[in-house]
Design a protein around this ligand. Structure first.
Ligand code: FES
Length: 125
């Protein structure tokens, strides 16, 4: 199980080495997410239309290792954009991946940029 989680590490925008084209903006549902695969990673790409923002995070929920976060429910708490896992509603910040339930597991997040209607996710390699 830990092997799966070890594939995911938060990437800061200044550290990005590879901008991977995830698809067109129209490939992703509004107010929701889609899942992409990059190398050995499944990444949830979130089109947070209400905030006019995009986010990306690991698709695997660290609670029970389900590949489901792209189907999570999005919202905001105290201006922090968040995603709730569809399985047991564990909730994570989309900006830094922290666990908003106060538990000790968190998720990795990735930078996203949109250029000319195409969505790119940033990785270290
Ligand atoms: S698997 Fe995500 S909250 Fe349980």
């Amino acid at each position: 199980m830990q092997d799966i989680l070890n594939q995911y590490e938060t990437v800061q925008v200044n550290d990005v080495k590879v901008w991977f084209k995830a698809g067109k903006t129209t490939d992703f549902p509004t107010e929701g997410g889609g899942c992409i695969k990059y190398k050995n990673k499944q990444i949830a790409v979130i089109n947070f239309t209400r905030r006019n923002e995009w986010y990306a995070c690991q698709n695997v929920c660290p609670h029970k290792m389900e590949m489901v976060l792209s189907r999570g429910m999005i919202g905001s708490t105290d201006e922090i954009p968040k995603i709730a896992c569809p399985m047991h509603k564990k909730t994570f910040s989309l900006t830094d991946g922290s666990n908003l339930n106060g538990e000790d597991y968190s998720i990795a997040t990735y930078p996203v940029k949109v250029v000319d209607g195409e969505v790119f996710v940033g990785f270290l390699e």
